[in-house]
Design a protein around this ligand. Structure first.
Ligand SMILES: Nc1ncnc2c1ncn2[C@@H]1O[C@H](COP(=O)(O)OP(=O)(O)OP(=O)(O)O)[C@@H](O)[C@H]1O
Ligand SMILES: [Mg+2]
Length: 272
């Protein structure tokens, strides 16, 4: 399965939640690997100074330029992009220095547009960019959301996670009203799901009844998730947890389907 509208400019998918530990990074890393393995040209953009996505593919000592350099110092983004061991998957890395970007953006003119502008020269070279965001509602997150054309909101199967989704979506609606955000909400992704626990089933039922676009794919809770990070393994790798690989494979197909659907709608709206 591929993209219906070939040769369009990259779909920019932000993976966002302001609550920490909601699997933004796991989702970004595995979805981008899944998309690359489904023959897409993918750029994983690490917008978080924790640099967790980056550490899956690069050694911090080897990184020459990061998001701060391309946004603040006008470094050509092509110079910052690194290849990864996965064919078709490139990385725009982050480092601890990116922690300064929130502060820097505050003093910049039209700060919410800065990440979109920094990524624009790369847009024709990828089918999709996946943006891994920090757990906050700061200027970098706002600028990344402004750059996004699609949005995925992951949540773990807990009450706090579920509440976090509602709060985040409320806030993002304010950004939409302020014309900062225009991304289509592709879906809410329920992760760390345990079929055997009441709370998982309750959160699942609640999300299904909420009217939100919930991904059909549920990402199971697996202790192997930690091992995969420690061993720098992603879905589809030899040695990766089979259940997680399968779940992220299904998510990849669902994401492609939903992106194709929203792109179709955008074309219709554009010609109306
Ligand atoms: N399916 C899973 N089952 C169990 N644990 C998981 C699963 N997916 C991710 N984890 C673990 O949950 C923790 C948080 O995941 P992750 O780092 O992806 O979240 P995050 O939203 O990016 O966090 P932060 O807000 O700090 O950026 C990590 O320790 C990760 O290994
Ligand atoms: Mg993270």
């Amino acid at each position: 399965m591929g993209w219906d509208a070939a040769r369009m400019t990259a779909e920019i998918i932000a993976v966002a939640a302001h609550k920490g530990g909601q699997t933004k990074t796991s989702t970004s890393v595995n979805l981008s690997a899944g998309l690359a393995r489904a023959s897409s040209r993918v750029l994983l953009v690490d917008c978080d100074a924790q640099a967790n996505s980056t550490s899956m593919y690069a050694d911090e000592d080897d990184i020459e330029f990061d998001l701060l350099d391309i946004v603040k110092r006008d470094v050509d983004p092509h110079k910052a992009v690194c290849e990864t061991r996965i064919p078709g998957l490139h990385l725009l890395p982050s480092t601890l220095a990116v922690a300064r970007l929130d502060q820097e953006l505050i003093t910049m003119h039209r700060r919410e547009e800065q990440i979109a502008q920094a990524l624009a020269p790369l847009a024709d070279e990828y089918d999709v960019m996946v943006l891994d965001l920090s757990p906050n509602l700061g200027p970098v997150v706002i600028a990344a959301l402004c750059a996004a054309t699609s949005l995925i909101v992951p949540t773990d199967a807990s009450r706090w996670g579920r509440r976090g989704v509602s709060m985040f979506l409320e806030w993002s609606e304010d950004l939409r009203t302020a014309k900062v955000l225009s991304a289509d909400l592709l879906g809410v992704l329920l992760t760390k799901y345990e079929q055997g626990t009441l709370i998982s089933r309750e959160v699942h039922r609640d999300l299904r009844q909420s009217g939100l676009p919930l991904f059909k794919t549920l990402i199971p809770k697996r202790t192997a998730a930690e091992r995969m990070v420690a061993e720098k393994l992603v879905m589809g790798d030899e040695g990766a947890d089979m259940d997680l690989s399968e779940a992220y494979g299904k998510l990849t197909l669902e994401v492609i389907e939903r992106v194709n659907a929203v792109r179709g709608e955008r074309l219709t709206e554009g010609s109306a």
